[in-house]
Design a protein around this ligand. Structure first.
Ligand code: ADP
Length: 635
């Protein structure tokens, strides 16, 4: 399709059926209509008859070759204004001259590079239309967006302003940005300020001449590889030799030929671009090889482009087999990936962190990798590549598990004596062992309370280190209203000896929804306990509310009239072992585990947890839990 949304008519003169098919398919894909001819004579005839918008002319054709055919087209006024692009395998210097003399408007080299080919074709079509004044469109320079797709900045160095303007007029339409320098010294200054992508340098200039500029540039590391084209009126062998010695990349005779100049510049910039890419690639490969983290560079479809040694050994993917392999298939085929596959291929997400496990077998040890995926975007926003980094955290993981096993067994052992203390203390309080004095009652009450507190800590710890202990219980979902009613009754009972006011409210839309009540209960326990604790026990007011959040979540909130949480620590209170008081008052007892446990459970349910709090204005904690409508009870 043309840039204006209309396809163009393009005549392809080509005798090789394979090439013809490729070109035809490419052009058709872009919405252009393709006319075909397989030799020079029928090419000319078709062009005369059909007057296409563009002709692509193979050079080597049976009978009349492409050069001759084009010469005829360009000398016939009925076809002379139709642009003709040469399609040729080799562009030797003498062939380039012939192409130019025949009147071609540009050339494409075989094998065809798909995107560059299409860009050139459309560039020529746009240039032609830009000449036609009635279509007020973008200038060719804007439309071209970089000749051969690369663009770049060119510094034109010439003491004559007219020559600089001429070069600019020739190159700007191809999307190059042009900067000027009127002499050697100025050129060096300009380049030091900001190196261009290419320098077009006049040889003869007053003061520092082109050769001297080249020598100076080659001496400096930053400009050693900067592409330089020397413009010279006398390109004799001696001068060329001197130029080559100084480090010039190419020569162009003055006055320059438009086609030759642009062609040489396109190709030099392209070579330089690839040279930089290769250098960058080699540098990054060398860096990557030496580091202990696993690094894989992937394309947007998860295919491996570069993999370093560490990653290759982490994933049992030999470097030589890795290139081009789909890493996602490899991971999901050979490992346990702690992430959703659909989420990993979702380009809308910038980053992903997940664990990769290789379970223990008779033949290999457990391996746990901590992986992080980052997407790299092109200026247009598309994902050009992705970087996956991996760290071996097996040791830490094992240590954590040992620690958790230990804590879990200690907690279990503590629970038994604690229940003995609580039960016996209660027996005293209820008078099973006869009457006790007021002093004794007070003392035993303290014992019972302390044991109760200790038990609550131990339970919290247990839930934290082995979440399985509460997961198993959670088989019975309940409706929100039923759950909250029972919950409120229990609260009142639990805090019967404190002056705490509870209030619960349920939005009718949420009331009948079923929720994983057990987990919601544990989360609420922790939030309510904090609310009571931080509102200094007596005089605390706790409001629990539930409302529908979207179609499939219920949002719970727990509000207190306590001191509030300083804004700067609000996002840390959910961290393990974090306690604000440690850094503030140091007075309130706690473990720093409650909120971290709450977050863990909420996230496991697929919900979110957050808070809203102002110093002196109380705190409200919110969390969401999944819900579903009650099961249909009609038989
Ligand atoms: P802790 O066992 O210390 O209560 P949590 O993880 O439950 O541990 O809470 C972490 C910290 O967050 C607490 O130490 C406290 O500083 C702060 N915090 C939690 N809830 C409240 C609240 N309702 N009001 C004020 N501060 C709170």
């Amino acid at each position: 399709m043309g840039p204006d949304g209309r396809g163009r008519r393009i005549l392809v003169v080509e005798d090789n059926p394979k090439n013809l098919k490729l070109v035809r398919d490419l052009l058709a894909y872009r919405g252009h209509a393709v006319l075909e001819a397989s030799d020079g004579i029928s090419g000319v005839e078709t062009a005369l008859r059909e007057r296409p918008d563009l002709i692509l002319m193979d050079i080597q054709l049976p009978g009349m070759d492409g050069i001759e055919a084009t010469r005829r087209l360009k000398s016939d006024e009925r076809t002379s204004s139709i642009p003709v692009l040469a399609v040729t395998a080799h562009v030797m210097r003498n062939e380039l001259r012939k192409i130019r003399q025949a009147g071609f408007d540009g050339y494409v080299t075989k094998p065809i590079h798909t995107s560059e080919f299409l860009r050139l074709v459309e560039q020529v079509l746009r240039l032609e239309r830009a000449d036609a004044p009635e279509r007020g469109e973008r200038s060719p320079a804007e439309a071209a967006g970089g000749a051969a797709g690369l663009g770049g900045t060119i510094l034109v160095v010439d003491d004559e302003e007219r020559n600089r303007r001429l070069a600019e007029a020739t190159l700007a339409p191809f999307g190059y940005r042009i900067r000027h320098a009127a002499g050697g010294e100025e050129a060096i200054e300009e380049i030091e300020k900001r190196p261009p992508d290419l320098v077009l340098l006049d040889l003869m200039m007053p003061g520092m001449d082109g050769l001297e500029v080249t020598r100076r540039l080659r001496e400096r590391k930053e400009t050693r590889h900067l592409p330089i084209i020397l413009l010279t009126a006398f390109a004799d062998a001696d001068r060329r030799l001197k130029g080559i010695e100084a480090g010039v990349d190419d020569f162009i005779a003055k006055p320059f030929d438009r086609l030759e100049l642009t062609t040489r510049i396109h190709s030099l910039i392209r070579i330089s671009h690839y040279r930089t890419q290769i250098a960058d690639y080699k540098r990054s490969e060398a860096i990557l090889a030496g580091i202990g983290e696993g690094v894989v560079l992937l394309d947007g479809d998860w295919r491996v482009e570069i993999i370093n040694k560490a990653a290759s050994s982490f994933l049992d993917l030999p470097v030589e087999n890795a290139r081009g392999a789909n890493l996602l298939d490899h991971l999901f085929g050979n490992r346990t990936v702690k992430a959703d596959r659909a989420a990993l291929v979702d380009h809308a997400r910038e980053e992903a962190r997940f664990e990769i496990h290789r379970p223990e077998t008779a033949l290999c040890a457990l391996s746990v990798l901590e992986a992080s995926l980052r997407r790299i975007r092109e200026p247009g926003g598309g994902v050009s590549s992705m970087i996956l980094t991996m760290r071996d955290v097996t040791r830490r993981w094992n240590e954590n598990r040992l620690q958790e096993d230990f804590l879990s067994s200690v907690s279990h052992k503590l629970k038994t004596p604690l229940s003995v203390i609580t039960a016996n203390a209660e027996s005293f309080l209820y008078g099973y062992y006869g009457d006790i004095s007021e002093d004794q009652r007070e003392a035993v009450t303290d014992v019972a309370r302390a044991a109760q507190d200790l038990l609550s800590h131990v339970n919290k710890l247990l839930a934290f280190v082995s979440p399985e202990s509460f997961r198993k219980d959670d088989v019975q979902p309940e409706s929100v209203s039923l759950f909250l009613d029972t919950y409120a009754v229990n609260l009142v009972h639990e805090f019967r000896d404190r002056e705490v006011r509870f209030e619960t409210s349920t939005d009718p839309a949420a009331a009948e929804m079923w929720i994983p009540a057990h987990k919601v209960g544990i989360v609420l326990d922790n939030l309510v306990e904090n609310g009571v604790k931080f509102a200094n026990g007596d005089g605390a007011e706790i409001r629990i509310a539930a409302r529908l959040d979207g179609a499939d979540h219920v949002e719970f909130s727990v509000r207190d009239n306590g001191p509030g949480i300083p804004p700067e620590v609000q996002d840390r209170v959910f961290d393990k072992f974090y306690q604000v008081e440690k850094y503030h008052t140091g007075t309130v007892a706690g473990s720093g585990l409650g909120l971290s446990l709450a977050r863990r459970i909420v996230e496991e349910m697929g919900g979110r947890i957050w808070l809203d709090s102002r110093l002196g204005g109380g705190s409200t904690f919110f969390f969401t839990a999944p819900c579903e409508p009650p099961p249909d009870e009609t038989p």
